[in-house]
Design a protein around this ligand. Structure first.
Ligand code: NAD
Length: 297
């Protein structure tokens, strides 16, 4: 029988992810605070709800893709928390990037109600969300992970079980700290070459065939007009906002302190993104860190 999925949070990532579930013939009911995002999904074939509670009323599976841990906790375990509204046999999949401790707290509250929950943050960015090629990094009971796999496969290509509850978030935060570091490094190298009169497109080709090659260069070039359809070629609109990268780096530093791990480059990346954010760039894509290096608004 086709599963009923409630999808909550239809932003840059959640919108295209929900569309891929519809394309794969799941029954999808959506909710977001933003009515325009809901209308777009309705046009794509989703059922819509006026609030989260009605969205989950008939759900076999709930997927959330929300900005931060406070919102995720409030949605599920707050005063009108969804864990009091759902069917017993529901599976909750939270794909937001949040602190591992927040994910564990929600999973524990679910467990006390007999509800299954996994953390399943994603990597790959908006292009992968659209193409259905995300990487899912999951934490939770193995059986719940196995139950989620066929649904996650409709939105992603690589699906990992990182370990117990919260492990998906730990792995995701390690990855995003590295992403910030190589994005800044890539922007620094391209900017220095351009200051020396080199063409950033030629520089990119050289580094992609050399030892500086990395994901930012391959699929997310921060220098405008080197690559089509990436945020840097669209005035840094869309993509993964500086506000969200700054949040993830903050989580990385909390994790570093907690686990007594030395992350000097992670700390530097956190500071640089905070400076960029304080300069008013919070709503731009994170590859706009190039503008900070160039001292451009
Ligand atoms: P976004 O800001 O574009 O979307 C978030 C959506 O959640 C918005 O549409 C907002 O209206 C909605 N929302 C907020 N509070 C809500 C509530 N209480 N009820 C219902 N809807 C609510 O963010 P995004 O880029 O889609 O990112 C979502 C999550 O995915 C974040 O945790 C982010 O860190 C993570 N992530 C993003 C990317 C990326 O490239 N953008 C990549 C990997 C992971």
């Amino acid at each position: 029988m086709t599963q009923n999925i409630a999808f909550i949070g239809l932003g840059n990532m959640g919108g295209p992810m929900a569309k891929n579930l519809i394309k794969n013939d799941f029954n999808v009911t959506v909710y977001d605070l933003n009515a325009t995002a809901v209308a777009e999904l309705k046009a794509a074939g989703a059922d819509t709800a006026n609030n989260a509670k009605s969205a989950v009323a008939n759900a076999d599976v709930i997927i959330s893709m929300l900005p931060n841990g406070a919102i995720v906790k409030s949605l599920y375990t707050g005063p009108n928390g969804l864990i009091n509204e759902v069917k017993d046999e529901v599976l909750i999949i939270d794909s937001s990037t949040i602190a591992a401790d927040d994910a564990r707290a929600v999973a524990k509250a679910c467990e006390q109600k007999g509800i299954a929950m996994i953390d399943a943050p994603v990597s790959g960015g908006t292009a992968a969300a659209e193409a259905g090629t995300l990487t899912f990094i999951c934490g939770g009971e193995k059986a719940d992970f196995e139950a989620a796999k066929s649904i996650l496969s409709a939105m992603g290509r690589h699906i990992f079980h990182a370990g117990a509850s919260g492990a998906g978030q730990v792995a995701k935060i390690c990855n995003n700290m590295l992403l910030a570091i190589h994005m800044i490094g890539t922007a620094e190298a391209l900017n220095m070459g351009a200051q020396q009169g080199l063409d950033p497109a030629v520089m990119s080709d050289i580094m992609k065939a050399s030892s500086g090659n990395n994901w930012s260069l391959q699929v997310y070039n921060p220098y405008p007009d080197v690559m089509p359809n990436v945020p840097s070629s669209k005035d840094y609109q869309g993509g993964f906002m500086v506000d969200l990268m700054s949040k993830d780096l903050g989580l990385s530093q909390e994790l570093a302190a907690k686990s007594k791990s030395a992350t000097p480059l992670g700390a530097m990346a956190t500071q640089l993104y905070q400076i960029h954010q304080a300069g008013g760039a919070g709503g731009l894509d994170f590859s706009s860190i190039l503008k900070l290096l160039q001292n451009k608004k």
